[in-house]
Design a protein around this ligand. Sequence first.
Ligand code: ARG
Length: 578
Amino acid sequence: MELQKFINKYAEKAFQDSGLSSYPTLLYPASKPEFGHYQINGAMGAAKALKINPRELAEKIVNNLATLKEEGIAEKIEILGAGFINISLSGKFLSQQAKEVLQNDRLGVKKQPKQIIPIDYPSANLAKEMHVGHLRASIIGDALNRVLRFLGHDAFSQDHQGDWGTQFGMLITYMVETEKVGDSQVALADLEEFYRNAKKRFEESEEFAETARSYVVQLQGGDEKVLELWRRFVKISQKHCLEVYKKLGLLVDETNIKGESTYNDDLQPTVDELVEKGIAVDSDGAKVVFIDEIKDKDGNPTPFIIQKRDGGFLYSTTDLACIRYRVRQLKADRILYVVDARQSLHFKELFATVHKAGFASDKVNLEHVAFGTMMGKDGKPFKTRDGNTVKLINLLNEAVERAAKLVRQKNSDLSEEEINRIATAVGISSIKYADLSKNRTSDYIFNWESMLSFEGNTAPYLQYAYTRIQSLLTKSDQSIENNVDDAIMATEQDEKNLLCMLLQFEDIVVSVARECMPHYLASYLYQLASSFSRFYEKYPILKEKEDVRNSRLQIARLTGRTLKQGMDLLGLAVLDKM
Ligand code: ARG
């Protein structure tokens, strides 16, 4: 259930009955356990505006909150400090709700009215191999995809691969050149190196450069022979990407690929439509949209160039055509762009143009889900030791190797095969979680040691916490799955707190979907896992008398299921044993 929303209904009613319907209740989960489960902070603001005593106002609100107690939902409502209202939920209410959630295979999370939500990710460039810059897009995009699907939406990746542009002339020329010596397949096995060599040839040989330029013209002119070469290159590069997707366990495959070139035929019509509507104008021969809402440093509207003077199209043109497609063909209700924060201005200009042009109605939400840069330990953008960009596939392989070492140390009697399976699950999840557990908008420091640690807010910690619960449940000989009728009794305050936290799952998932902030869920899971483990250390479970023991086992089971569901939503691997 959406617990916070549920309690807030009562708070809103109490505000209304106290003559405060225009003031927000400001109801939040309590900041400390000693403040109960929820706190209402709105009394102070309202009192200030009305110039009355906040504590008196808080008392009035509390009187109007009496139903919460009468209905057995709250057991204590008190006023603290300047007028904070603290609500403690009753054990009976919490147990009852928890039991319902336990009996529901979606942990009580309702499906929302279905929206069509294309998510623009990972959207790497095909000229080079996928590098760490696309790691964040992949991980964050995939978590959002999973959360939105779980909530009942038709969410899917639209992989806006950079598969077009002048670089391809150079790459095709080099492909033809290496072919002559008969080893283009081999050469293309390492795209990064291929790109470097092609660039070197381009710079050192005028003839090479000439051919490259003519290929670009032929490519744009739709020459079948050159297109065929281009297609071959793109295929090979895509194969590299798909390998990475697979390794990362993304919900993306070839059916999600919609590279930039998809929109080639729509570029001129898009520009024409904007010119006809009077939104794009001629500026020194180029076609430009001037955006009034965004001013440059001199206070002039910023120019969003959509066609160059020579008739060439740009990144912006493709994105405009692409939005038309997503809105008109895909019928998108909401479009997410999981793209580096450094492209913020581009998306602001893009969305402003789209709204001006009516390519999307106001009902369609266009969101730039921006993320910061991945930094090395030195605080500079993450690079290899020799200053090159880090290939994603190498990074992922390294994660698995490092995890394998740890697993071997911890558990020496596992078979190589077991070690490998666990290491893959731990290594890849660690990389994902290190990213997902931070606020995506900030830069973050990539650190092997901290992400692979079994302590702290890490994937291995969550994975391990889950296995501990599983082994507890296995040890409790009677099959608890069948004992859904066992009452949950929340007698200890710690039990009540744990149950309340478990009941907040839906609130959290809904807020992740609304704000595209996976770290809300990550923090929640970490808190849940640590609260449970403190509980487990403090209170006996298996040695208790039957009713208490069964009740605690049910709480353990609910915690395990919630952890598993949450980890699934973040795209983390869940293990039964480690
Ligand atoms: N290929 C671009 C890059 O690597 C990202 C594309 C993002 N998506 C978009 N529709 N512009 O920077």
